[in-house]
Design a protein around this ligand. Structure first.
Ligand code: C2E
Ligand code: MG
Ligand code: MG
Length: 682
């Protein structure tokens, strides 16, 4: 522009240029122009823009003045100095092109700069979005001050970005000295700590620390994860692992830990501890008779009763099913321990109401003391169990103290258990058969199969004992199945068509495949279904009436008859006789023992016989031992008799001889119930 301007001047004279001056002027213009452009591209802010403008102005001025100095204006007619005639127009054009080039370059640089700036901004946005999208809170700290923070962190703390930017980093995570201190420690973590929200509540976090380059300078980035849900879940799992879900009491695991703790503390303080094991009496019956809902409600009520009866500092735990245990720390002595435990036994033993039914419960308890009886937690637990075991055997609803002799009794129970298991597995059990007499015809119409176990060491073990043990241990299922098949197989070999009655325990009844088991036994043995009778006790009916009814109906459909055993001793009411399709009822032998001297028993038995007959059921009187007992019944038809008076249970081999040789005894028994005879007795 400068050179073109000079060239266009029409001043009536000629001009001449000093080439060196021209070159220097252009050089100055280019240098300062470029410097100005560079300043604009590289630096931001007003100051740099001013500097760029100043540099450009210097460039323009420099070019202008130097170019002017290189110009010589010659009056018209003056001789043209050497060299200066060299095409000033060409020179001006060159300069113009140069300047144009510079301007183009400037534009290009500005365009490039804008593009780079845009890309940088987009990248910044992307990084911010990325940082905001993380599940972790991010805090960037330099020189102990918060430089930047992502959206998640703001959300977690429930604060605004402005509140946090520039804040001293130690204001966060104050309980571990603050974030800045954490950064300085050089430990990358994870660190567990708590942060505070705006409303003052705290939450658990996990922090990871890393050194980063932030805006060209080193800084610390803290990745912070809210772990409060995990912490809560962990706490819940811990609680569940240490507590019983039903009653909310500590469980066995927790109890053992607390016992160790209590013993350590008492050892240091020189104080005494009482350890008491409790067990509900006949809890299984409550479950069987009133159902599991009643059983659960009872357990909850018992837990509450324990809480009421025992001091606040006592640990009350539910160890399993109906087993509870208590630690009484700082107990002054044995007498006080007994008094507290007795109070608990009494309170638990109060009747319990469930859905309008009154359930009578009681508890047995075993007591042992630290350090008098023992100092080892396991040993103390065992001692309390032994004392409890004795309480159970002393008629329940009582408290027993530990006595060293008890160990032997418990040991015996355990060894009986394993011996029974072997006997069931090796089929060392046997069946005896007790005949049933038809009082009308004088014929033996059937036999009840009764389990016998002759242990090599103990001799004959009572079925009442080992059947209960088998029920407790679950062995009863295998044992019952064996009885069913064996009784059918043996009955097939009997000379006549007598029926075989098989006792089925509640566990078998509830297991669900009783009908299939009966079918299989009949198939395996080839016994006609009409020759099989299933005896069940009253208790199984009440648990699940609908199921029991279906099962009994299925058995009946198979052609198998059913009898209700031990009638009058369980929980069932006469109502069940109406509701359930039994073929027979068996009046328990407890009513028959000494009935001749027991007016009440006589009334009950007679009424039961009449009721059963009215409902179309047969009646078996069990456990008749003497004529006196029999005669009391008076004239009865449709009555079956089972008892020692007729015969004790017989071995398989004794049956044929009994059937042949018992005729006179049978007719004597039948005679005893004849009307004439009754008059004689009267
Ligand atoms: P239960 O079913 O009521 O059996 C009748 C019990 O009364 C038998 O006792 C029998 O020997 C006894 N008994 C019969 N007549 C008289 C008598 O005149 N006087 C006296 N005092 N007792 C008499 P056992 O054999 O000791 O069986 C006791 C209980 O063991 C049975 O009572 C039954 O509940 C259970 N049991 C026996 N065998 C089995 C079995 O195979 N399966 C199941 N689940 N339980 C069985
Ligand atoms: Mg029976
Ligand atoms: Mg019976």
């Amino acid at each position: 522009m400068h050179f073109m301007g000079i060239g266009a001047m029409d001043i009536g004279s000629r001009t001449a240029w000093d080439p060196a001056g021209v070159v220097i002027a252009i050089f100055i213009g280019l240098t300062f122009g470029s410097a100005s452009a560079m300043l604009l591209v590289r630096l931001r802010g007003i100051a740099s823009q001013l500097a760029a403008a100043g540099t450009l102005a210097l460039g323009i001025l420099g070019l202008h003045f130097v170019a002017m100095a290189a110009l010589t204006i010659l009056p018209a007619g003056a001789a043209t100095p050497e060299l200066t005639g060299a095409a000033p127009k060409l020179l001006a054009l060159t300069v113009a092109f140069g300047a144009f080039g510079v301007v183009c370059l400037g534009f290009a640089a500005a365009l490039l700069d804008q593009q780079i700036g845009g890309r940088k901004l987009a990248e910044l946005k992307r990084i911010r979005a990325l940082a905001d999208a993380t599940f972790e809170g991010l805090v960037i700290v330099r020189d102990e001050v918060i430089l930047d923070i992502n959206h998640r962190m703001i959300e977690m703390l429930d604060l605004r970005r402005e509140d946090l930017l520039g804040l001293p980093a130690n204001k966060l995570a104050t309980n571990i000295g603050g974030l800045a201190l954490l950064g300085k420690s050089g430990d990358p973590g994870p660190h567990q700590t708590r942060l505070q929200r705006r409303n003052g509540t705290c939450f658990a976090v996990q922090i990871l620390v890393r050194e980063v380059d932030f805006d060209g300078l080193p800084a610390c980035v803290f990745a912070i994860r809210d772990v409060s849900i995990e912490e809560r879940a962990k706490a819940e799992i811990m609680h569940m692992a240490h507590h019983d879900a039903l009653t909310g009491l500590p469980n066995r695991l927790c109890f053992q830990e607390r016992l160790v703790e209590a013993i350590n503390q008492a050892g240091e303080a020189g104080s005494d501890i009482a350890l008491i094991a409790f067990d509900l009496d006949r809890f299984k019956e409550v479950n069987d008779v009133h159902g599991h809902a009643a059983g659960d409600a009872l357990l909850v009520a018992v837990a509450d009763r324990f809480r009421d009866a025992l001091p606040n500092h006592a640990t009350i735990a539910r160890l399993s099913g109906d087993e509870f245990a208590v630690i009484l720390p700082n107990i002054p002595g044995r007498i006080e321990a007994i008094a507290v435990s007795q109070r608990a036994v009494n309170l638990v033993g109060k009747p319990f109401e469930f859905r309008n039914a009154v359930i009578n419960v009681s508890a047995s308890a075993g007591l042992t003391m630290f350090p008098m009886d023992g100092e080892d937690p396991d040993q103390l637990m065992q001692q309390a169990d032994l004392a409890l075991y004795r309480a159970k055997h002393q008629g329940r609803n009582c408290l027993c103290e530990f006595d060293p002799e008890l160990g032997a009794i418990v040991h015996e129970k355990r060894s009986l258990e394993s011996a029974l298991k072997l006997a069931v597995e090796d089929e060392l059990l046997d069946l005896h058969y007790q005949p049933q007499l038809d009082m009308d015809s004088g014929e033996i119409i059937g036999f009840e199969a009764l389990l016998r176990w002759e242990d090599s060491v103990r001799g004959a073990v009572s079925p009442t004992d080992f059947v209960r043990l088998a029920e407790e241990t679950g062995l009863i299922l295998k044992m019952g199945q064996w009885v069913l098949v064996q009784a059918c197989l043996e009955a097939v070999a009997w000379p006549g068509q007598e029926r075989v009655s098989v006792n089925v325990s509640p566990a078998q009844f509830k297991q669900g495949n009783l009908v299939q088991a009966v079918q299989q036994a009949l198939r395996t043995s080839g016994l006609h279904p009409s020759r099989l009778e299933i005896e069940i006790t009253e208790g199984v009916l009440i648990d699940d009436e609908a199921r029991a009814l279906t099962l009994l109906q299925h058995l009946r459909d198979l052609g198998v008859s059913t009898a209700i055993d031990d009638f009058g001793t369980g929980f069932a009411s006469l109502n069940y006789l109406r509701a359930f399709p039994f073929n027979k009822i068996k009046i328990d032998r407890a009513f028959m023992a000494g009935i001749q001297d027991d007016l009440e028993a006589q009334i009950i038995v007679r009424a039961t016989i009449n009721l059963a007959h009215d409902l179309g059921m047969g009646v078996v009187v069990e456990g008749v031992e003497s004529y006196e007992e029999l005669e009391v019944l008076g004239e009865q038809t449709n009555l079956l008799l089972q008892g020692y008076l007729l015969s004790p249970p017989l071995t398989r081999g004794q049956i044929p001889a009994f059937l042949l040789g018992s005729k006179s005894r049978r007719s004597r028994i039948v005679q005893a119930c004849q009307p004439t005879n009754r008059r004689d007795v009267a």
